[in-house]
Design a protein around this ligand. Sequence first.
Ligand SMILES: C[S@@+](CC[C@H](N)C(=O)[O-])C[C@H]1O[C@@H](n2cnc3c(N)ncnc32)[C@H](O)[C@@H]1O
Length: 373
Amino acid sequence: MHDQAPITDRQRVAETFWDRWALAGNEGVPRTPEGDLDVRAAAEAGERDARRVLPFLHPDAVVLELGCGVGRLLRPVAGHVAEAIGVDVSTVMIEEAEQFLADSPNVRLIKGDGATLEGVESESVDLVFSLLALIHVDKRSAFRYLREIRRVLKPGGRALLQFQNLLAQRGFELFQETVETDFPFEFYTPEELRFLVRGAGLEVQVEHQNGEFLEVVALRGRPDGWLREWRQGFKVDEVRRTGLFAEGGDLDRDGKLEFSIVNSTEQWRTAELNASLHRRQGGRLHMCHFVDGVLFGAPKGASKVSVQFSGGSLKLAADGKLVSFAPRRAEPMPPTGRLELHVAVIPSGLRWNEETARLFPSCAMAWTLPAGS
Ligand SMILES: C[S@@+](CC[C@H](N)C(=O)[O-])C[C@H]1O[C@@H](n2cnc3c(N)ncnc32)[C@H](O)[C@@H]1O
């Protein structure tokens, strides 16, 4: 059911505040000396920050950004999806966004009321995302948004949401800095946020504490339902190893692991691929090289994946195209210990660790590389 309560003073204050804020010129809305939107700066910052959202997208997806501002993030996101909807409480922001996104025909902008997603059809959205916006929304309106997010998400749809963590050192500092002002900032403890997300009818699929932020991936669906579907849905087949990965030897040698991932689900269109090379020493797993990438797949389809170790780093490719975006050396490689290669196919937003590997046994694969390595 739509939330059609009368407009509160909090909603009115939010609108006035953000209209004024938009015109003042600041990091989120960079302006030229003449006072116009600095399109280049906004586009560059948007490209950078939108990387967070990319692992959740697929070409048929309908996505919604809550608190879209001038559309910094919507612009790059729109290129990867069927439809992108932006909702914001500020008229000034929405008008600027209309200009900034004039070349993105699949974007729809809605001037919202500050607490609901009026104008968005129920069960029509695959992903809601909100970065640097819900941190500014008063708690009661934020809870109404959570209920509205549940309403507009398709069953199985997800929401990537960012809040502020009262219990983080920087979070509490910010809280103290703003107690004597009217600056709209809201803070949560992790437990409280989990409670509210669940209270709105969503499941917490992933939770990260990231500096002053609390970030959750919330799912519209039953927790055991999606977990089971995910576990059973992805199968690995036709594994082939060449080079270092087949024969062992020192890590100066290149190696390649190829396999296919068969997705037998209808629901999951994107997954995160993680590959990591480890040494296991005395029970501890040292993560020495790490890379992740995004796998876009048709439902009920198969993708050919390769993990390559060359030039001292890991690369990931799917169906012949490089998909890795974060190769890095995590820890120095200890000189001895069993060498292991781990590959995981996990829901976007989840981080790989040994617990994740236990949770997703059918997709977190580990190979112990031959002796001598
Ligand atoms: C710091 S800006 C971030 C904009 C955008 N997410 C980005 O990263 O570029 C915060 C945005 O949240 C919007 N906002 C604040 N309170 C809101 C509310 N109650 N409902 C919808 N949007 C809101 C503001 O108008 C503003 O555009």
